[in-house]
Design a binder for this molecule. Structure first.
Ligand SMILES: Nc1ncnc2c1ncn2[C@@H]1O[C@H](COP(=O)(O)OP(=O)(O)OP(=O)(O)O)[C@@H](O)[C@H]1O
Ligand SMILES: [Mg+2]
Length: 336
């Protein structure tokens, strides 16, 4: 495997500045998102289905154009780059998607799949070198040289995801965008795959934009957590602060649905009424207000700015306050 070691934790590798994606003039799928990721860091992006997480991922990877805003990768503005120009960036910017089966060519062998990026970038010459590198790569994710000739369908879901992971790592990228990389896998093998992701990250110094629904996974892998709702970031915080003292009522509701590891830490369950509104009809003021147990008059008219709460903790709420929030009497609240 190729060494790395150039990245420093303080250096910003990815920077999104007020990024927006509007589909067909009305669907504001991503509506002004800003965050950055430092070298070697894991930022987890969480939020309910349809809030725009994958759209953010696709824009970062250049698979979808931006409607507004800018994206800088490793100091270079990549938001307007052509597919051709993106190719040189691609080496440093890789992805792992949810469904390893649909992203692996069923006709290719495992050996060809994992070495393809290195072949494309001229780092492997000849079949002999290709097969020896393939063996090393497969071993790095707990497979072996005897899997070289097998096709994707001959692997289990977890093994296929390992192929996808090592292919993403083969060029020692600075950032990997991982969109729900373990969600399609059996619960029993998720932690193995997460551990592989963590081990390779440590070895290579790679940063992750890690998209997940699953709070226990996020708690395990993230350095910081960003919460999205209807195309906007509601809160960003270092992981410990996010889990111990989330400030945004939406974050608090998300976390209250997660079973506590210890009964004494059990939280008041916050049930949010209804589903998120459509991104084609974003509510006025704070977009969360129709579902928010704390909403006041101001929330219906004035969009809350992102407030800095210290230590890199940011929350976009007029009443952001640490857990436990004081929730007005039912109908929104119940005790779990
Ligand atoms: N090509 C498209 N055309 C129109 N609308 C789209 C398109 N792609 C996504 N959307 C809409 O944009 C919104 C955000 O979708 P996105 O896939 O980014 O959400 P997500 O947070 O990744 O959801 P999930 O957790 O289910 O994966 C959704 O309302 C979705 O229906
Ligand atoms: Mg998605």
């Amino acid at each position: 495997m190729l060494g790395k070691g150039r990245s420093r934790m303080s250096e910003t590798i990815l920077k999104l500045d007020n990024v927006a994606k509007i589909y067909g003039h009305t669907i504001r799928a991503v509506d002004g998102v800003s965050f950055d990721i430092k070298a070697g860091e894991t930022l987890a992006l969480v939020g309910e289905s349809g809030c725009g997480k994958s759209t953010v991922a696709r824009m970062v990877l250049g698979l979808t154009g931006l409607t507004k805003g800018g994206i800088e990768f490793d100091g270079v503005d990549i938001s307007g780059l052509s597919q051709k120009a993106l190719r040189s960036v691609r080496r440093e910017l890789q992805f792992v998607f949810q469904d390893p089966y649909s992203s692996l060519d069923p006709r290719m062998t495992a050996g060809d799949i994992v070495t393809e990026p290195m072949v494309v970038h001229g780092m492997i010459r000849g079949p002999k070198q290709r097969s020896s590198v393939a063996g090393q790569l497969l071993e790095a994710v707990g497979l072996s040289a005897r899997h070289i000739g097998q096709r994707p369908r001959q692997f289990s879901g977890g093994q296929r995801q390992r192929l996808g992971i090592i292919r993403a790592f083969a060029l020692s990228p600075k950032l990997i965008v991982a969109d729900e990389p373990v969600s399609a896998l059996d619960v029993s093998i998720r932690s193995q795959v997460i551990n592989i992701l963590q081990d390779l990250q440590q070895e290579k110094g790679t940063a992750y934009l890690f998209i997940s629904h699953d709070m226990p996974t996020v708690r395990h892998i993230a350095d910081r957590v960003a919460v999205m709702y209807l195309g906007k970031i509601m809160e960003i915080a270092p992981k410990e602060q996010f889990f111990s003292a989330p400030h945004h009522p939406y974050s608090q509701a998300l976390l209250s649905a997660v079973p506590a590891s210890h009964p004494r830490r059990r939280r008041q369950r916050i049930l949010l009424p209804g589903d998120p509104p459509s991104p084609a009809a974003i509510p006025t003021g704070c977009r969360f207000h129709p579902r928010c147990p704390m909403a006041q008059d101001i929330c219906r008219v004035e969009e809350p700015p992102a407030r800095a709460l210290g230590d890199g903790h940011i929350a976009a709420c007029h009443f952001a306050a640490p857990w436990p929030i004081q929730i007005p009497a039912a109908p929104h609240a119940e005790f779990a």
